[in-house]
Design a protein around this ligand. Structure first.
Ligand code: GAP
Length: 501
């Protein structure tokens, strides 16, 4: 029987939420495209985030930065030197994996594995070394040394081709030993190297002074940004959970040192409630504080908002996965950028005559992970009676109306007797208000309801013979499947009220 995750993946493709990228070319590892319903879902999540973080408050302003920034930004932030994962090769099956995610096995344990990692390979034995892990694919303990792999995507800018420069330096390179050759190659590449940003956050730090000077803000205040980030992830898995290209919704909140801990608590709680407000099951959400050993080099404290995804682990259970991190980044980033550029990134408080470098509290969320969590949480199957007296499985996405891709579907019961015309009039009213609606006249009415259940559409309006007589229509609720009659001329107002527009 298909697992819940397999059913969700299949529904995503069938209904047009998520497709594999470049599918007709065989796909690209961990790259996905959002179809007509998926793009609406993700857009609704991003717009709700923006509205709640920027429009509904007067202490946060927005920003939209370049994806490619000055390369020194990444030197100052520590990403060039330190944003890497420990990479290991299995000498048996040749799998390349992250050492920190490999299955832990106590050093000195004798383990069995198959030659070449193939089920037909002969059984071999080996002893786990002091690193205490084995290959995640074949279980072999015979592994290469760990080497650091930087996660930033590098490209080059300007009319310089680093390959041509390397070719031109071929003679000089040939005379060098391996260490010298690598150093020279790095020098050549670095002349035109730029990076795709691995987080949106640095854009807020390097624009801190611009915003301070132009926007009449004073701490505590925040800068918010939604945009793409890129990481050359070694292990990718579970649909859009970990991909190389993804969208972040980040906010840097600048506060007076000493007030940072109270704001850290405030943002932990505020951000957790945001997911609950939008309908994520409370019992599948948790706040997990990072242990001291887990903290990033810039963080004084950090907590992850995690969701219990239906990814099956080895025991067939779900897995907690991070949706958002809330970090107390202290004054680390502003100090670093100030040090590298020589620019003063302090704030002078004209009332208290104090000058200080603000501390930063950062709620950093992923739009793709949020969309995946909302999809998983909304997915439901229930047994319902059929018209013929039997039973069938109803698959339904129980999205909160605010994030549902389509808010209302309009159906003429039959394609005649004036019903299509009345339906079109309702569609025109809804379209003129910007409520995302969908018209469907194909197939039996029951089948049309089921299609909208799978799309997560909260309401369906049906025009029938009574509509022709008294200008009323039925409105069907996705979750209860109850129907009631409402006046046709009240549809827009009723819909606005129910979907919270
Ligand atoms: N500025 C801090 C920062 O970037 P992060 O925990 O690395 O922190 C924040 O990323 C959020 O971005 C994560 O909680 C997750 O939702 C999302 N994210 C990070 N890497 C991702 C990836 N490879 N694929 C999808 N989403 C990712």
């Amino acid at each position: 029987m298909a697992s819940t995750m397999e059913k969700i993946v299949s529904l995503c493709k069938r209904r047009g939420f998520i497709f594999q990228s470049s599918e007709i070319y065989g796909g690209l590892k961990a790259s996905y495209d959002y179809g007509p319903l998926g793009v609406e879902l993700k857009k609704n999540i991003k717009e709700t985030w923006w509205s709640d973080m920027v429009h509904c408050r007067n202490d946060i302003v927005g920003l939209d930065c370049s994806i490619v920034m000055h390369p020194d930004v990444w030197k100052a932030s520590g990403h060039l030197a330190g944003f890497s994962d420990p990479l290991v090769d299995c000498k048996n099956c040749k799998e390349r994996f992250r050492a920190d995610q490999a299955p832990r096995t106590e050093a000195g344990t004798e383990v069995e594995f198959r030659e070449g990692g193939k089920s037909s390979g002969s059984k071999l034995k080996g002893v786990v070394d002091k690193r205490g892990y084995v290959c995640p694919v074949c279980g072999c303990p015979d592994l290469s040394a760990e080497r650091q792999f930087n996660l930033m995507f590098r490209t080059s800018i300007g009319p310089v081709d680093p390959l041509q420069e390397i070719a031109d330096a071929a003679g000089e390179l040939a005379d060098l030993d391996m260490k010298g050759r690598m150093k020279k190659l790095h020098e050549i590449v670095a002349r035109s190297a730029v990076y795709l940003r691995p987080e949106t956050a640095q854009g807020m730090f390097v624009n801190f002074k611009n915003i301070l000077d132009s926007s009449r803000v004073k701490p505590p205040f925040g800068i918010a940004q939604v945009g793409k980030s890129y990481r050359n992830e070694i292990t990718t898995s579970n649909l859009t959970f970990r991909t190389c290209e993804f969208e972040q919704m980040e906010m840097e909140y600048f506060v007076k040192p000493g007030e940072d801990e109270q704001w850290y608590d405030y943002w932990r709680n505020t951000r957790l409630s945001w997911y609950v407000k939008l309908g994520l099951s409370q019992d599948k959400l948790r706040l997990r504080d990072h242990k001291q050993s887990e903290l990033a080099h810039y963080a004084k404290a950090c907590a992850d908002i995690e969701y219990y995804f239906p990814f099956e682990n080895q025991d067939g259970e779900g897995e907690w996965g991070e949706l958002e991190g809330i970090a107390n980044r202290t004054d680390y980033d502003l100090k670093k950028h100030s040090g590298f550029t020589g620019k003063d990134l302090s704030y002078f408080d004209p009332e208290t005559k104090e000058r200080y470098i603000p501390y930063v509290i950062e709620p950093a969320a992923g739009a793709d992970r949020a969309a995946l969590a909302f999809l998983c949480d909304a997915f439901d199957e229930e047994i319902v009676p059929t018209a013929k007296g039997g039973e069938e499985v109803r698959t339904v996405l129980r999205f909160h109306p605010k994030i549902a891709p389509v808010k209302v579907a309009v159906f003429p019961l039959v394609k005649r007797d004036g019903m299509p015309e009345k339906s079109q009039a309702i569609m025109d009213d809804l379209l003129s208000t910007g409520i995302n609606c969908f018209y469907d006249h194909g197939g039996a009415i029951g089948r049309r309801y089921r299609r909208q259940d799978e799309a997560g559409t909260p309401y369906c309006l049906t025009v029938d013979s009574q509509t022709i007589e008294d200008d009323t229509v039925t409105i069907r609720d996705r979750d209860t499947m109850q129907q009631e009659r409402i006046p046709m001329n009240g549809v827009v107002e009723i819909m606005k009220k129910r979907i919270g527009n």
